[in-house]
Design a protein around this ligand. Structure first.
Ligand code: TYD
Ligand code: MG
Length: 468
């Protein structure tokens, strides 16, 4: 029998110590030693010749693509990388009330046409789910519905000889294992219940879709415990005041992670939006100062969005900088570059920046459109309504090139735009460009200011321009 010995392992550097101490003597980390029992294995692993040997295979094999289960919702298929992979565990996170249950009920109803599907709700009763199904016109689909929160009962029911191929658990925070003292929703309950479900999914080759509510800090059930355990993490986001919802993949072992799916919440549930640009620009007022159109790329798809800014005199000693849908640190950087490289002053002014339609943008390519919107609002000079912008801004005020300019221009052309302010194209890029759009290449922010005809350039910045 192997002898069990206690030792103290530093969780920072992994070194082992025979005694506990407050500080690791190897790496100097404080309070990092944790007692672990080592089942020390005697020299020469006994019984190795009894174990079965593993079978090696080549990297190339049967095509995984054929195994994927299509959901009949093409935006969802896009985000998952082409459908759900058998045996995988998908976590769908989002604020309460954003529409996770609605989306998954619609998805599972579509899937049930071809696969055996089950929907297990721990939040709503059977009648409530049925009512919702009726509202979504999916009540006749062969989905197996249950309401249960005891994880042991769920595992037992799914462990039979013909388990469902796809199971939705709504939500993981309501599930509990009665062996644990803590209440449902606590980190230990969520972690243990998920572990059990993941093990079952792998064993039975079930697609397990877990719904997780996002806590106020933005993490799913505590310190992102679940994100590490599952194969795919999708966030369903959006503003409850807007009808648009964005499904975004933040982790995907079987597909891309920067893809988004766009939906619209209607009285008949979630409708797919296959042309998001047209929707995001729908309510745009042309010839208003502070508005610029950014030609962005979300995953593989070009998306045009309106960037709005308002620069207003501040009544406060330290002016406000408010951002919705973009990175506030990046806004501060652009304001600093505009101030120090272009002589534009935002001192004593509140700055508000908003991405219209409730979209969140993370691309640095939006810098140029943000700068244009800020300049436009500051000087009360509208940006031409038929112009799109994209380009990354560097700290010296230079405009850097971004990926896929021709795809962005093509989308702008499709939507009727006729002008574009973009970074200088490389020889190869401009050769392949077949756009009817009038393209204005800008090398620096000062170039942009000249091109847009924005007044108030100081002499010093003209001089700096010569240096750049
Ligand atoms: P729900 O899917 O219950 O959210 P979650 O599971 O993320 O908590 O969505 C609830 C919201 O969606 C609710 O405010 C009502 C709205 N809704 C519609 O607008 N149309 C519909 O057809 C449905 C079913 C819900
Ligand atoms: Mg719900």
């Amino acid at each position: 029998m192997a002898k069990s010995t206690a030792e103290y392992i530093c969780q920072q550097c992994g070194s082992s110590h025979p005694k506990w101490s407050g500080k690791c003597l190897d790496c100097g980390a404080w309070n990092s030693l944790v007692e672990e029992h080592d089942q020390s294995v005697p020299k020469g692993v006994k019984g190795a010749n009894k174990a079965s040997s593993i079978e090696f295979v080549g990297l190339d094999g049967p095509n995984q693509e054929q195994l994927r289960k299509k959901t009949t919702i093409s935006e969802l298929d896009r985000v998952t990388g082409g459908g759900l992979v058998p045996g995988s565990v998908v976590l769908v996170g989002g604020d309460p009330g954003i529409g996770k249950s609605t989306l998954l009920l619609q998805a599972i109803a579509g899937l049930s046409k071809n696969y055996k599907c089950a929907y297990i709700s721990g939040e709503e009763g059977v009648d409530q789910v049925r009512l919702r199904a009726k509202r979504l016109h999916v009540e006749n689909q062969p989905v197996e519905l249950a309401t249960e929160t005891n994880i042991k009962s769920i595992i037992k029911s799914l462990n039979g000889p013909t388990p469902p191929e796809i199971v939705v658990i709504d939500s993981i925070q309501t599930m509990y294992l009665d062996d644990l003292d803590s209440s449902p929703g606590s980190v230990s309950q969520v972690r243990t219940c998920s572990q059990e479900l993941i093990r079952l999914a792998k064993k039975k080759n079930i697609v397990m879709i877990l719904v997780g509510h996002v806590t106020k800090e933005g993490a799913i059930a505590g310190p992102r415990v679940l994100e590490h355990m599952v194969d795919t993490v999708l966030y369903f986001e959006g503003d409850r005041g807007h009808q648009f919802r964005i499904l975004r993949s933040v982790k995907n072992r079987f597909g891309p992670t920067d893809e988004i799916g766009v939906f619209e919440m209607t009285s008949l549930g979630l409708q797919e939006v296959s042309n998001p640009s047209a929707i995001f620009l729908e309510n745009r007022h042309e010839d208003i100062n502070g508005s610029a159109v950014f030609a962005g790329i979300e995953g593989t798809r070009p998306v045009l969005v309106e960037i709005q800014s308002l620069v207003a005199p501040s009544p406060f000693a330290s002016p406000r900088r408010n951002v919705i849908g973009w990175d506030s640190g990046r806004l501060a950087m652009i304001i600093a570059v505009l101030e120090s490289r272009c002589g534009m002053s935002f001192a004593g002014k509140d700055v508000y920046l908003n991405i219209a339609g409730g979209l969140r943008i993370s691309e640095p390519a939006a810098d140029l459109a943000v700068a244009a919107a800020l300049l436009s609002s500051l000087t009360a000079q509208p940006i031409p309504a038929q112009a799109v912008l994209f380009g990354e801004i560097g700290l010296s005020g230079e405009i850097r090139s971004v990926s896929q300019p021709s795809l962005r221009l093509k989308e702008a052309e499709k939507l009727g735009f006729s002008q574009a302010y973009i970074p200088k194209l490389s020889g190869k890029e401009s050769k392949g460009m077949k756009s009817k759009i009038e393209v204005k290449e800008v090398k620096t922010l000062i170039d942009l200011i000249h091109e847009l005809g924005i007044p108030k350039l100081t002499k010093t910045t003209e001089a700096e321009h010569a240096i750049i």
